[in-house]
Write a protein that binds this ligand. Sequence first.
Ligand code: F6R
Length: 210
Amino acid sequence: MEVVISTTPNEAGRLAAEIIQELLGRQPAAVLGVATGSSPLIIYEELGRRVTQGALSLAKARAFMLDEYVGLPADHPQRYRNVITAEFIDKVDIDSAQVYGPDGLAADLVTACGAYERAIADAGGVDLQILGIGTDGHIAFNEPGSSLASRTRIKTLASQTRTDNARFFGGDVEAVPHHCLTQGIGTILQARHIALVAFGRRKEIGRAQV
Ligand code: F6R
């Protein structure tokens, strides 16, 4: 594991984009793991810049999302599929049909979780996973206490996470769903590389209630 302290978020975004560019240079059809939330936005912006400049292409890449809210309508702007479309897919040249996420609107959520695990395995696993971390220490939506062996499943969001994410829902915590589908920690740890970015004092070790 390597810990890099950056002086600015831009510097961290450039570094993460560099790692992704290097991977895609060696392996154009690499499988990326993409996170939502605010932390990776700077990486997606930098990737978009490099694609626009012709320095990078994600045309052959595939990507798997970490998590999805349960029950948000298909056209809700905070549905993670819509967030990843606006913040990642629309900025780079990846084929949107090659970006997968857990189906938070499935009639049978348990079956949808199993299907998502199989889709990741069928793709050969994730080559490089981008991660953020919650103020309570969650990775994807694996709240504190989640098993290290956990796989994609339904989880209840901690009230701290719902409060944190209210900023994406006009400040209304009641609008933040209670449930989500999330890759498990066991799923995430199978990625061949992980790049976790964390910004700001609220993410300091010791502050997170892990
Ligand atoms: C999002 C996700 C979450 C976020 C975390 C941090 O897909 O999996 O674990 O990474 O909640 O969110 P931000 O980056 O908004 O502080």
